[in-house]
Ligand binder design. Structure first.
Ligand code: FNR
Length: 377
């Protein structure tokens, strides 16, 4: 409504109003290497595209004569009420998308402005305590790449707890980097992460291992496999024993893994294929969602990969997702307009989602059920 009202006065929106335009303008604004890293995916990027295309196979039934005057977009998660069912998925190198390199802080500020929770990454340009300070109490989560050194892993988790993060998403699909031709071609990848190691270089356990006078970043680049190492079910049991924070398992797409995750004490499933960045040839994440939700049997299910609009958000919610994550779109917003750009992307997506609920006659998220959807192709 705000934007339509501005249009009446001849005001031109500063930021793109569609994802296609957002992508186009971001690709022109970002340095080519950074663009390749953020926009790219695994292999020929078939799975990455399929993530988006999967949404087009579903349509929402409109329901008339119920015109809900207000729409309730809030959700309950881990005993908290969150204002909207959308979150910023963790993007480890988000710092490189910001003009000043402090993308993690910018996203924290956008989260404060919108109430959209931020998943702060292990691979961050700023230590998690600084991100938490920028959040100023707005609920947020910490994404963990689990270092093989358990003392260091425990330290990261305990710091996240002390900093006030409300849960930990353990990323399971990225203990090695996927086959990403855009990065391999440009020898891009090795240069990206050195600015994203602040959670390691600021860590007391990590610093204890430094030799006198040794540069912490150089040591982190040399000694730490960036994403940790192989992570298995017994590692998960160990991690579970380290924290009382809710644990979300990111990267789970198979219903058997969901059931096993429940047995191992997971508090939520985070169904994702990393936006198609890790393994090409995989199923679009949306295709996996119904079986994951059935197997989760009431456990919260977070979802991301391929969400590009408010309509996509609504479809994932109707399938039964508890909350829906956005990845690349907010990174592009950050590259175009800093905090304002991220706020614009998130608010536009929420506004579109809410308008769909209004037009199509769904007063509350609980009314969005699988019966609201029909497969169209
Ligand atoms: C990611 N993603 C990611 N996930 C994670 O758990 N830890 C991380 O450090 C990163 N880093 C990262 C960098 C970049 C540049 C991108 C684009 C993505 C994956 C992210 O959390 C999410 O799963 C996907 O981005 C969702 O897909 P879409 O929305 O980008 O299609």
């Amino acid at each position: 409504n705000e934007l339509y009202a501005q249009g009446q006065t001849g005001h031109q929106p500063q930021y793109p109003m569609t994802f296609a335009e957002l992508e186009e303008r971001a690709s022109a604004a970002m340095p080519p290497k950074v663009w390749g890293y953020v926009a790219g995916g695994a292999g020929d990027e078939h799975t990455q595209r399929a993530n988006c295309e999967a949404f087009r196979r579903w349509g929402l039934y409109p329901r008339m004569l119920v015109a809900p005057a207000t729409r309730d977009m809030s959700i309950e998660l881990f005993g908290m009420t969150l204002p909207a069912p959308v979150f910023m998925a963790p993007i480890g190198v988000i710092g490189v998308c910001a003009q000043d390199g402090h993308g993690d802080l910018a996203c924290a500020r956008a989260s404060v402005r919108t109430g959209v929770p931020f998943f702060a990454g292990t691979l961050s340009a700023d230590p998690m305590e600084d991100v938490a300070a920028a959040l100023g109490g707005t609920p947020a989560f910490f994404q963990l790449y689990t270092p093989s050194d358990r003392d260091l892993a425990a330290s990261l988790v305990h710091r996240a707890e002390a900093a006030g993060f409300r849960g930990i998403a353990v990323t399971l699909d990225t203990w090695v980097t996927g086959w990403r031709p855009r990065d391999l071609r440009g020898s891009n990848y090795p240069q990206v992460p050195s600015g994203c190691l602040s959670n390691y270089t600021s860590d007391p356990v990590f610093r204890r291992g430094l030799r006198p006078g040794e540069d912490a970043t150089e040591a982190a680049v040399r000694e730490l496999p960036i994403f940790g190492g192989p992570f298995r079910w017994d590692d998960l049991d160990w991690l579970r024993s380290q924290t009382r924070l809710p644990l979300m398992l990111k990267g789970i797409c198979h219903p058997d893994d969901v059931r096993r995750a429940k047995d191992h004490g997971a508090d939520a499933i985070y169904c994702s294929n990393h936006g198609g960045r890790q393994a090409n040839g995989g199923l679009p994440t949306l295709e996996c969602l119904p079986d994951v939700i059935e197997a989760a049997d009431g456990l919260p299910v977070l979802f991301d990969s391929g969400v590009r609009s408010g309509a996509d958000v609504i479809k994932a919610l109707a399938m039964g997702a508890t909350a829906v994550g956005v990845g690349r779109p907010y990174a592009y917003g950050l590259a175009l307009g800093g905090v304002e750009g991220v706020v614009h992307v998130l608010r536009s997506m929420l506004a579109e989602a809410e308008l769909i609920m209004a037009v199509d006659g769904y007063p509350a998220l609980k009314d969005l059920t699988p019966e609201a959807l029909r497969l169209v192709g």
